[in-house]
Design a protein around this ligand. Structure first.
Ligand SMILES: Cc1cc2nc3c(=O)[nH]c(=O)nc-3n(C[C@H](O)[C@H](O)[C@H](O)COP(=O)(O)O)c2cc1C
Length: 293
């Protein structure tokens, strides 16, 4: 049980350091750390970001991270010095063995509360999203990770599929303790003067306010398909109103991504505003509104 449902989403708060300049991290419900892989990764070539005005942005960072050794040795202990709440360790891989290896290391060598397994990264080739686009592959990663940890495993799902409920069910049947959705929507922007894609990777992951209705619909579908499974709702959330909407759709907690990049204080502002908004809407406990629509 989190003290509030607000969690900065993986990739938008690093390992907490940058965000700690803007707020006391201990106010957060939890923190989802940057996607960690077996080896260090420098990510994709620049440019990696295409702004999309008020609708959000496209990113093609490509899982830049220092690798699991460094995350365990340096990043997690540094985060622990300034933050005592639950850590959601986000993990990525390029094959099933990588996922299991990184999860086992994090399980044994950190005090992370939850493993969030990203089978939905659209920005890397040969891996990432490939595992989140068929029920069989999603189930295989889930089983492999569950076999090496006793920590709760949340599978992070891709919206770039025809039927997200089939993937969600496969993960749950394979033992997932919870689900996180959605990751970014595959997108593209073109610089019409240079006649080239804006991000060097050509395509990237679209996130921010423009994907909120998609995320909401998918959270609602998955909540109906897997009513007993806890869901972390994510995608386009930028206000306390969005949080309530996401919870009414079926989310137990909410991750906030792109909005942090525009306003690094947004999580704190939402946490401050939530009690007043609940009062206005005659909501006594957030628990009471989960999945009511
Ligand atoms: C710059 C950037 C980096 C991201 N890196 C990761 C990552 O490492 N692992 C992951 O699971 N999701 C990653 N995401 C996806 C977000 O966690 C989130 O699922 C997605 O952006 C949708 O939420 P939003 O619309 O609130 O941004 C990243 C998103 C952005 C914008």
């Amino acid at each position: 049980m989190l003290k509030n449902p607000i969690i900065p989403a993986s990739g938008t708060c690093g390992f907490g350091m940058e965000m700690s300049e803007w707020m006391d991290l201990n106010h957060l419900g939890a923190i989802a750390t940057k996607g960690t892989t077996r080896d260090a990764r420098y990510g994709n070539p620049l440019p990696r970001i295409a702004e999309c005005g008020a609708s959000g942005l496209i990113n093609a960072v490509g899982l830049q991270n220092p690798g699991v050794d460094e995350v365990i040795r340096h990043e997690m202990p540094a985060l622990r010095k300034i933050y005592q709440g639950p850590i959601i360790a986000n993990v990525s891989g390029f094959n099933v063995e990588d996922y299991a290896y990184v999860c086992q290391r994090i399980d044994q060598e950190t005090d992370a509360a939850i493993l969030e397994v990203n089978i939905s990264c659209p920005n890397v080739h040969n891996g990432g999203m490939a595992f989140g686009t068929t029920p069989e592959a999603a189930a295989e990663v889930t089983r492999a990770v569950k076999a090496v940890t006793r920590k709760p495993v949340y599978m992070k799902l891709s919206p770039n599929v025809t039927d997200i409920t089939a993937i969600a069910r496969a993960c749950v049947e394979a033992g997932a303790d919870g689900l996180c959705l959605i990751n970014t929507v595959l997108g593209m922007r073109i610089d019409i003067r240079r006649r080239k894609a804006i991000v060097a990777n050509r395509y990237g992951g679209y996130s921010g306010p423009g994907i909120f209705p998609i995320a909401l619909r998918m959270v609602n579908q998955v909540h109906q398909a897997c009513p007993k499974t806890p869901i972390i709702g994510c995608g386009g959330v930028g206000s306390a109103e969005d949080v309530i909407e996401m919870m009414m759709a079926g989310a137990n907690a909410v991750e906030i991504g792109a909005a942090n990049l525009q306003n690094p204080q947004v999580c704190r502002q939402i946490i401050d505003r939530l009690p007043k908004l609940m009062n206005e809407l005659h909501i006594e406990h957030l628990q009471d509104i989960i999945g009511i629509v």
